[in-house]
Design a binder for this molecule. Structure first.
Ligand SMILES: *[C@@H]1O[C@H](CO)[C@@H](O)[C@H](O)[C@H]1NC(C)=O
Length: 282
């Protein structure tokens, strides 16, 4: 009896259960189908959204490019034009105070010009291999062009200043004319097309109240420091006789380079580096 009740109860329970299960299975299949359909729809929507986002980014980039083509960063230090400056008549470098003028020009320091770049980095940036950097044979020695130009301008200033003071020339005419030619080439290469407005005024000057967009020299300096070749010219020009290798022994503490005194170079070092010293003010 009890067993039959049990079995009835069981059956009942089982019957209920199997009905429930069937119902559950049905709704499960339904919801699965719904879920599957939903998720497929989701996927399609997501896919379309992704395409839309990608297209938006591409179009925005293209639009910004046409808006400011000068904003393409430079090839090596990735610099953009980040500051604006006016065209001016004088700066302290052309001050009437010749003491100040000399001080400024003679103190232009281009030691940072000399950098050590790995061959991999050079190849990635389309640069050719350069002479070996003593403290890391996988790197070459390069001179940053902007510093080279600045060095040239300084050489010319020094020569003219010496001529003006009637003292002997410390720079060869060969070096001075090379520098003039280098700057001439730079100007021709830049072919700057900015029209400078003229005024009816006594001073020979144009472009007043106009501005230009400039890159940051500090940023270039930071790039140079980041790739330092530990280079420093001798304080005294007489030290030119000293080993040129000595110029590369000024590594900052965190450079990771190990400077040795018994380094023997496999090739002649250092053609074409700036010769003037910051301290050789007569
Ligand atoms: C000229 O410049 C030097 C160096 O900066 C300064 O010591 C001197 O006072 C200046 N002279 C005048 C007249 O301003």
């Amino acid at each position: 009896m009890s067993s039959s009740i049990d079995s009835i109860e069981h059956r009942g329970l089982l019957g209920d259960d199997s009905e429930k299960t069937r119902h559950n299975e049905k709704s499960l299949i339904q919801s699965f189908t719904r879920y599957y359909t939903d998720s497929r729809l989701h996927k399609v929507i997501l896919f379309l959204l992704s395409i839309s986002i990608v297209l938006n980014v591409v179009l925005a980039a293209l639009y910004l490019r046409t808006l400011s083509p000068s904003e393409t960063p430079t090839k090596y230090a990735q610099m953009k034009r980040v500051r604006e400056e006016p065209y001016v008549i004088v700066t302290p470098y052309s001050s009437d105070n010749e003491t100040l003028q000399d001080e400024l020009w003679y103190n232009i320091n281009v030691d940072s010009a000399v950098v050590a770049l790995s061959d991999d980095w050079a190849a990635e940036h389309g640069l050719r291999k350069a002479q070996r950097f003593p403290w890391d044979q996988s790197k070459g020695i390069y001179i940053l062009h902007g510093y080279h130009n600045l060095h040239c301008l300084k050489i010319i200033y020094i020569s003219m200043s010496e001529s003006r003071r009637g003292v002997p020339q410390t720079r060869s005419w060969h070096h001075v004319s090379h520098c003039l030619d280098a700057l001439r080439r730079q100007i021709i290469c830049d072919a700057d097309d900015t029209p400078r407005a003229t005024d009816r005024r006594v001073e020979v000057v144009s472009g007043l109240l106009q501005h230009r967009q400039c890159r940051s020299w500090d940023q270039l300096e930071a790039f140079a420091k980041q790739h330092t070749a530990c280079y420093k010219r001798p304080e005294n020009p007489d030290e030119k006789k000293a080993s040129k290798l000595d110029r590369f022994k000024h590594c900052p503490p965190d450079s990771g380079y190990i400077v040795t005194d018994n380094y023997v170079s496999t090739e002649p070092l250092l053609e074409g580096l700036p010769e003037e010293s910051i301290q050789d003010h007569v």
